[in-house]
Design a protein around this ligand. Structure first.
Ligand SMILES: C[S@@+](CC[C@H](N)C(=O)[O-])C[C@H]1O[C@@H](n2cnc3c(N)ncnc32)[C@H](O)[C@@H]1O
Length: 368
């Protein structure tokens, strides 16, 4: 299967043909591949051409992406001209989607960036005091205290989000592992990458420009929320794209464990108490029923029921639980027709030397 073609469904619960908007299938808007990729567990950035091919066969004007993560799929649907509602239970993900999906026109000019970098801050030193010797140099930590304060003082919420998005990507690039689970001497992960040599300030300047380029107006009023999927109350949504975490065979799938630093930074740790006994200064993890075998099946069932009035597109992997057949039959309780599209995908996670590469089958399970 190639990236740019609409795959034939692997199987369908009924046999009516899918034809809507098929002319769009070959032409994914170019800007989508320029979307600033975040090293993020489960990011669909590299699958976007395939997801675009499948979405192009569906008829929808409004879309909800309630597990927005890096925002890549919501941004794809924005670039397809649809009105998009993005949401995630992590605040930092919501902020990224506000910058790139909700924000249609705000960019940061050079003088604002200079003010952000050189402005005095408010003297608070929470980051320096808490994270000394954990992830970044003393200079970086001073910069983070000052910059994050200056960002919060920006009057325009979209400007704030854009600056934070640039800062989050800077923090991920500067971190050798791209996750915040290990601390202290990280020199063994230093493989000479430019990203590890640049200071956070240098990264920030570059990333502002990257995010400025991602801003565009699709003529729709898009919106980003910070919400649990089960608390979202939006009406008149034609299509819901669901990309929940899946119960993995080993390890866990905790996003807070991996990205707690960005989550804390997004709110300057307000109402996010640090677990002081932890080496990496974690915050409390957030409960999600999708993480546990004992709750996952009910969670999927509840979710399909909640969105039964919309077309549903579910992203899933062959290494997740519950399995494909269970998901198809659950979705079939709420949808007349269920189709499955699949493709091989290789996830790369970690740095070059220690990359964890796993090859899985990716599914898009479409219910209408
Ligand atoms: C697989 S990732 C989504 C990746 C995203 N599609 C992308 O391309 O970047 C799953 C996301 O679900 C979020 N999440 C997990 N449980 C949630 C819940 N109960 N409600 C809302 N969001 C949740 C996580 O914070 C994470 O960002």
């Amino acid at each position: 299967m190639t990236n740019m073609t609409v795959d034939l469904p692997l199987f369908a619960a009924t046999t009516s043909p899918s034809t809507a908007r098929s002319s769009e299938a070959m032409a994914m808007p170019e800007r989508v591949m320029l979307y600033p990729e975040l090293r993020y567990m489960g990011s669909k950035k590299r699958l976007l051409p395939w997801i675009h091919g499948v979405l192009s066969t569906l008829d929808f004007e409004t879309a909800l992406d309630p597990f927005s993560g890096t925002g890549s799929v919501g941004y794809l649907m924005k670039a397809m001209g649809r009105r998009v509602v993005a949401s995630d239970f992590l605040n930092f993900s919501h902020v990224v989607a506000r910058a790139t999906i909700e924000n249609n026109d705000t960019r940061l000019d050079d003088s604002t960036v200079d003010d952000l970098i050189h402005g005095g801050g408010d003297g608070r030193r929470f980051i320096q005091d808490t994270f000394s010797g954990v992830f970044y140099t003393a200079d970086d930590l001073r910069f983070l205290d000052r910059l994050s304060c200056n960002i919060r003082l920006l009057p325009n919420p979209h400007a704030q989000s854009l600056a934070f998005a640039a800062l989050f990507r800077s923090c991920l690039k500067r971190q050798p592992r791209g996750v915040f689970t290990v601390s202290g001497d990280l020199s063994k992960y230093d493989d000479g990458r430019r990203d590890l040599r640049l200071s956070l300030e240098d990264h920030f300047r570059e990333q502002v420009s990257v995010y400025n380029d991602a801003v565009f107006d699709n003529g729709r009023k898009n919106i980003s929320y910070n919400s649990d999927v089960f608390d979202i109350d939006v009406k008149n949504i034609d299509l819901v794209y669901l990309d929940p975490p899946y119960v993995p065979r080993s390890d866990d799938n905790c996003y807070v464990k991996r990205y707690h630093f960005l989550e804390g930074l997004s709110a300057y740790w307000e109402d996010m108490p640090i677990k002081q006994a932890t080496k990496v200064k974690k915050i409390e993890k957030k409960y999600t029923p999708f993480s546990y075998r004992r709750t996952a099946i009910t969670a999927f069932d509840d979710m399909f029921s909640k969105f039964s009035q919309s077309q549903i597109v579910l992203s899933y992997s062959s290494n997740g639980y519950p399995g494909l057949e269970d998901l198809v039959s659950m979705m079939g309780k709420y949808k007349k027709r269920v189709e499955v599209f699949q493709r091989q995908h290789r996830y790369h996670f970690g740095n070059h030397a220690q990359a964890v590469r796993s090859s899985v089958l990716e599914y898009l399970i479409v219910g209408r």
